[in-house]
Design a protein around this ligand. Structure first.
Ligand code: F6P
Length: 327
């Protein structure tokens, strides 16, 4: 046994799933057992904590999952957990299993819930950033982001084939909630003519002029990537605005939930494994109310509250690059 104080750690995934969550679960379970703790899988996120869907896990339960998408623990968006009575019930179930620490893989909504549990019941809690949106302060990248941008990029590549065959403009809508990271990365990697994100006000007239100029300069296709949270509107609304200003025939493609699934990339498996391991080390060290992140390739623990009160800023300087490359 590597650690003097044995703990009973509960592990759950919460909110939207992301590729790499399973690799993270594997790392947490095996590190916890290696360190002499007992580890309990909580199924279906916070809903499972309320419904007592809790089972002790062993290293063998997490074999053959490092390469799989989704989450073997399943997940949910649980409204009841945001009520005081719901959290009380959750705590009673934790007590029944002797669980004194929680590790939660999810986004800022999930961390809100964990923060409340820590404050109300003095449990130990550590968050791990699992979301395709990459919108969490305190880490350069979140688990699932790399796989999602690769999936979106591959979809854009395929769309460009048909767009070029038909000389069409495609408006491709990607996920990301209120954050433009996903759009920024897959848009640049997919060679998009422009990228519309919530962090930047769109000038539809200017975009249309650029697209129209491209058409007259002999471009065979054009791609606009739109983040789902963009303030100008969704892909269909943007299509209506642009349609009046350009000669291109336009089609819309909404990539949707395919961005959340699939076998995780090597980068996501590595990130998930490293963060999962470090979350157990944080528990060993008595750390609580923190998210494990990686900043400049160094492990960093950030107070959970900062992950939603502070904003990870997107660097808008990349638009200069898009202007240069989309001529
Ligand atoms: O937060 C991850 C995410 O995939 C967002 O990009 C998207 O807005 C949302 O979840 C979709 O949620 P749901 O699967 O509940 O529709």
């Amino acid at each position: 046994m590597k650690n003097k104080t044995q703990k009973r750690i509960g592990l759950l995934t919460s909110g939207g799933d992301s590729s790499g969550m399973n690799a993270c679960i594997r790392a947490v379970v095996r590190t916890a057992v290696f360190q002499g703790h007992r580890i309990y899988g909580i199924y279906k996120g916070y809903q499972g904590l309320l419904d007592n869907l809790i089972k002790e896990m062993s290293p063998r339960n997490v074999g053959g999952i490092i390469n799989t998408g989704g989450t073997i623990l399943q997940t949910s968006r649980c409204k009841e957990f945001f009520t005081a009575s719901g959290r009380k019930r959750a705590f009673e179930n934790m007590k029944q299993h002797g669980i004194n620490a929680l590790i939660v893989i999810g986004g800022d909504g999930s961390f809100h819930g964990l923060h409340k549990m820590i404050k109300e019941f003095r449990i130990q809690g550590i968050g791990l950033p699992g979301t395709i949106d990459n919108d969490l302060y305190g880490t350069d990248f979140t688990i699932g982001f790399d796989t999602a941008i690769n999936t979106a990029m591959e979809a854009i590549d395929k769309i460009r084939d048909t767009a070029t065959s038909h000389s069409r403009l495609f408006i491709v809508e990607v996920m990301g909630r209120d954050s433009g990271y996903l759009a920024q990365y897959c848009g640049i990697a997919g060679g998009a003519e422009d990228i519309l994100i919530p962090e930047k006000k769109d000038d539809i007239r200017k975009i249309a002029q650029k697209l129209e100029a491209g058409f007259h300069k002999g471009k065979k296709s054009s791609i606009l990537v739109v983040s789902e949270g963009d303030e100008t509107g969704n892909a269909f609304e943007i299509k209506e605005q642009i349609r009046k200003l350009v000669d291109w025939e336009i089609r819309v493609s909404i990539l949707g939930h395919i961005q959340r699934g699939g076998s995780p990339s090597a980068v996501d498996r590595f990130l998930a494994t490293r963060m999962g391991f470090e979350s157990v080390i944080a528990v060993n060290e008595g750390r609580t109310d923190k998210m494990v992140g990686i900043v400049n390739n160094q492990i960093k623990l950030t107070p959970l509250e900062q992950t939603w009160t502070r904003k990870k800023k997107i660097d808008l300087a990349f638009y200069k690059m898009i202007d240069a490359l989309s001529i």
